[in-house]
Write a protein of this length. Structure first.
Length: 400
């Protein structure tokens, strides 16, 4: 059985707009599109920044999915289905393609269809008009949009959800359940999420500044990223893959509700490397979780400084914000593009303000002609840790 798994298609929608191209352009330019969020309760401070998918991108997404959905779906579904359709087109496939009929569909999310509950609580809709709360409807909608009749999953693993979805899909492809998977993650703007972060004093009027001395706030965002995974046999004859998905390591340290546990995070790094037979020195670049919070960046940065001294580190949340359950998918899409372009985009911080002794890419994209292995970190509340490692696709991987 062919156990090599390749990424053959990418799809993205984010505050940069609809599509992979504007997402990558914003990352390479370290261009932020944060905006002030409307206060949601009397005690919420004004001026809090967040990332929202532009209205023009929402319209473009709705237009693209209109032929595959029976009713106007909610934002999370719009984002996921749009990204999935872009990803399969990028892979040279069309909805209902024979290659997709038995495909695995796996979507990670943090808040799911949270706006259903919010509409009910706020009295904007009654139960009959909500369209249902089940987050399974997100993955089911993706499966319907791409014409897949294989296993369908929605996973909730807080902000590690997308990488856990990648792990699930990788295991199923290697087990021979299918030879193609449509996998990623999404989250839409959630009032309960914003209120929760506000109560923790984790959001504010300054945008996310990962690994900087002055970092303080997370910048909540929204969007979706989807990847098409195919076995080497299925990928043969198609476009040259972006990358090979080597492994995804997942653990849960269950130490604290919100604070990261350094031992658990270190263990996840160790597992990821061991699972694909690599050493830390083999990793050329890391897309850090990099939320811009004091605790996360200190924990993650200390690991980079001690164990990954030669890796180029970047944190895209400084540019597009924290896509919550979709954060790992955004990092995975960016990691694959980095391998394709041999380019590591910068972190949107002042290079003179970097706190730790790490090789944080700032200012301009860094060309890495011999880029081979790229790591993508995703961690979440409740002790969830998930790390994916991608390798450069060999010249013959998609050529048969």
């Amino acid at each position: 059985m062919d156990e090599r798994i390749f990424v053959t298609g990418l799809g993205m929608i984010s505050p940069a707009g609809a599509g992979v191209a504007p997402f990558w352009a914003d990352l390479c330019a370290a261009r932020r599109r944060f905006e002030e969020l409307t206060p949601l309760y009397a005690g919420m401070k004004p001026g809090v920044l967040g990332g929202r998918v532009p209205e023009a991108a929402r319209t473009a997404a709705l237009e693209r999915i209109s032929e595959t959905t029976r009713a106007r779906p909610r934002a999370a579904s719009v984002f996921a289905e749009y990204a999935a359709l872009e990803a399969i087109a990028d892979a040279g496939l069309t909805p209902g393609d024979p290659a997709l009929r038995n495909a695995v569909v796996c979507v990670g999310t943090n808040d799911g269809q949270a706006d259903v509950l919010e509409d009910l609580v706020a009295g904007r809709k009654d139960v009959a008009g909500t369209g249902g709360f089940s987050s399974y409807s997100i993955a089911d909608g993706v499966a319907r949009a791409v014409g897949a009749n294989g296993p369908v999953f929605t996973l909730h693993n807080t902000c590690a959800s997308s990488n856990v979805a990648l792990s699930c899909a990788l295991e199923m492809l290697r087990a021979g359940v299918a030879d193609t998977a449509v996998v990623g993650g999404c989250d839409a703007y959630s009032e309960k999420n914003i209120i929760g972060f506000s109560s923790l004093h984790a959001i504010g009027p300054v945008g996310c500044q990962p690994f900087s001395r002055g970092r303080r706030f997370v910048t909540p965002s929204e969007g979706a990223g989807i990847l098409v995974l195919r076995t080497g046999r299925a990928a043969a004859g198609g476009r040259r893959p972006y990358a090979e998905l080597l492994t995804v390591a997942v653990n849960n340290d269950a130490r604290h509700l919100t604070a990261p546990d350094p031992e658990g995070v270190v263990d996840c790094h160790r597992r990821a490397l061991e699972q694909c037979g690599l050493k830390a020195d083999d990793i050329d670049a890391v897309f850090a979780h990099g939320t811009g919070s004091r605790a996360n960046d200190s924990t993650e940065g200390a690991i980079f400084a001690e164990t990954y001294p030669r890796a180029a580190i970047t944190a895209i949340k400084g540019t597009v914000g924290h896509l919550m359950g979709g954060a790992g998918a955004a990092g995975a899409v960016a990691a694959c593009l980095a391998l394709e372009e041999r380019l590591v985009p910068p972190t949107a911080v002042d290079p003179g303000d970097v706190e730790l002794d790490i090789d944080l890419v700032t200012g301009a994209p860094r060309a890495v002609p011999e880029l081979r292995y790229v790591q993508n970190n995703a961690f979440g509340f409740g002790g969830y840790n998930a790390i994916a490692i991608f390798g450069a696709a060999s010249q013959g991987a998609g050529d048969g």
